[in-house]
Ligand binder design. Sequence first.
Ligand code: FMN
Length: 391
Amino acid sequence: MANFSDFNTGVYFNGLFGTMPAFPMEYAGWEAAARAQLDDVMYDYVAGGAGDEFTQDANVRAFQRWGITPRMLSGAAERDLSVELFGHRFASPVFMAPVGVVGVMDAASETPGHGDLEVARTAAATGVPAVMSTLMQDPMEAVAAELGDTPAFFQLYTPNDRELAESFVRRAEAAGFAGIVVTLDTWTLGWRPRDLQHAAMPQLQAKCLANYFSDPVFRAKLDKTPEEDPGAAAIQWALTFGNPGLSWDDLAWLRGLTDLPLLLKGICHPDDVRRAKDGGVDGIYCSNHGGRQAASAPALDLLPDVVTAADGMPVLFDSGVRSGVDVVKALALGATAVGVGRPYGWGIAMGGAAGAQHVLQCLLAEADLTMGLNGYASVAELTRDVLVRIP
Ligand code: FMN
């Protein structure tokens, strides 16, 4: 059986024949390579976050407070990293979190401005699923056509126009998405000093709004088409995007929109997990948006109580994952699947689908080796008692 860590061996063998890695091997390198491709506005939009950025830094540091207990002679020469999610078996527990500007991050690609297609191609090539943002640069139907056999999920930013929300969900179903992920932590934009300093926001420049501009419900509300007047269409988007009134009372409506698996993203408190469960959702997505929305506690510290409250329901996790070791730790704290945002975003920026694929190969090879060398042969063996708290 092949292990993800075969990638590791391949790199050394390639070196014997004079072929060096095309991309850096760890997070700081991916970020630096991406930075060289992006202008300051785009780089800051991705790298930055809420307020003094304590939250995004704390997300990363939270992983450093856990260590893994090694076990010897356990016969973990072959590892099974596969997980079952909503009736699909995935070869690994890693997924690509929704990144709303990835559509315009593919600066190094031959046809820039189609980063969402590059993400879909990455998913097709690797089998690593993607949660695709509402904020795409290509319409969801075109993105879905590039996914190959890898199931993907559609992330819904619930607009304040119910008819438009319903249209998005209908389209996602028709395009073949395997589930709907409703993001709850972005009913308005967070306080982001870097973006404020640039006084710039991609969507207001009519970027990454293809799902809106191609939507019959959205278009019907415009005086001129988005092709004739993109600026006016972007303003209409701004008026529609925010939804401060969304509450638990709306969950029954959201649930009623689809028979697909429904997940709520941004859930970090056990009481919210229980309310979501009572409302009939199929999965919880524990995340603090990578520290981009509200300044908050590190998501990893909130994960164990969320998992306990979920009581067997799948819990997806993201925020602060920077390495394969982090993936293993999040699994041991109870995550069913572990998402990355900025890491694969940098991959798209440094090399399109090839760059993102490289990032995922590195994460998976390191996760696989970390499990194997520590004596754990499957995801099921990664339980909380595998971890030691580092003072
Ligand atoms: N989350 C969403 O639910 N929808 C989005 O459109 C979205 N856009 C994002 C754009 C950027 C540039 C970044 C960095 C994150 C975005 N997120 C969005 C949050 C990610 O899905 C994810 O929660 C976060 O990136 C995880 O943290 P990490 O970057 O530390 O891995």
